[in-house]
Ligand binder design. Structure first.
Ligand SMILES: [Zn+2]
Length: 303
């Protein structure tokens, strides 16, 4: 991606090297603004859990921990205490610049799209953190992966995730990295359009299977919005050869079936909550090829 020298967003909050405070784990529940997904693996008391996470499945399978619980933080000790507060490396500073440019380009796109319907685009903040962070959805750990918190309208990312994306999940390339950000911004769009609040309202009446299916439609729409952004980046002449393929490969590598097979050797479709590799490739591509928000309606058609 041709990002160097371009304008960076002013909505980047750099909390790298800061220690997340302990004992705040329950705050997300109190504020109650998060997206909660009931899942088959949680026990009764933890039924109300928060998450809209691009790599939910990855972390879950890889660590055996439920990232929803990490975010909800109920009854948790503070994982941050005693952890390092090392300063970010030089390589990370370049990544931070990259994030700033990508976010600026998402602001440009969505400001245009909202203006077209006579609305202002409320820009989200992107928080860079190291190891763990206090979010409006509770205390989160880097292992959770990048996520969007509707309660404070912020995207959270530990930049070391990009190493993991490349090495563990086989998704190298700067445009794979951009795709992850554009996907999270897609969740912000869904928060504004009412898709996330609607899910939050209906969640309590859904079975775990229904909630997973609902979550898949939400995630695929966010992938489609990421594709729309990639289309926009193309119009701005920011794409290098192979960039689109990097994003499509990333979408493929973090599909639920591919992730589960890699981690445990088999896939359990009823637990899918982000979509299969084929679905994620398909919906990113729809957005990328059309550049049309209307092409991203994952709710009124088969996905
Ligand atoms: Zn997502």
């Amino acid at each position: 991606m041709k990002w160097r020298g371009r304008e960076r967003s002013s909505n980047i909050e750099d909390r790298r090297g800061q220690r997340a405070g302990g004992g705040l784990g329950g705050m997300g529940m109190g504020r109650g603004g998060g997206i909660r997904i009931p899942t088959g693996r949680t026990t009764g008391g933890a039924g109300g859990l928060i998450a809209i996470l691009v790599v939910l499945g990855i972390i879950w399978v890889a660590t055996g921990q439920n990232p929803l619980e990490m975010l909800a933080g109920g009854g948790q000790t503070s994982p941050a205490s005693g952890s390092s507060t090392q300063l970010p490396s030089e390589g990370q500073d370049e990544l931070a610049d990259f994030v700033g440019v990508v976010i600026k380009e998402t602001e440009n796109l969505w400001t245009e799209e909202f203006a077209a319907i006579g609305e202002d685009y409320p820009e989200p903040t992107v928080v860079l953190f190291t190891d763990s962070v206090n979010s409006g959805c509770g205390l989160a750990d880097a292992r959770t992966g990048p996520f969007y918190c509707p309660a404070d309208q912020k995207v959270y990312i530990d930049l070391s995730f990009y190493d993991q994306l490349h090495r563990e999940f086989g998704a190298p390339g700067d445009f794979a990295q951009a795709y992850v950000l554009a996907h999270e911004i897609g969740h912000h769009i869904q928060n504004l359009t009412g898709v996330l609040p609607e899910f939050n309202r209906r969640r309590a009446s859904l079975t775990p299977g229904q909630a997973n299916a609902y979550s898949v439609r939400i995630e695929l729409q966010a992938d489609c919005y990421a594709g729309i952004w990639a289309n926009y980046a193309g119009q701005e002449n920011l794409l290098d050869q192979g960039d689109a393929e990097e994003a499509i490969n990333a979408a493929n590598q973090i599909g639920d079936d591919t992730l589960q097979k890699r981690m445990q050797g088999f896939a359990v479709p009823k637990t899918f909550n982000h979509g299969t590799s084929a679905q994620r490739r398909e919906w990113f591509s729809r957005g990328f090829e059309t550049g049309d928000v209307d092409a991203c309606d994952t709710f009124s058609r088969d996905v």
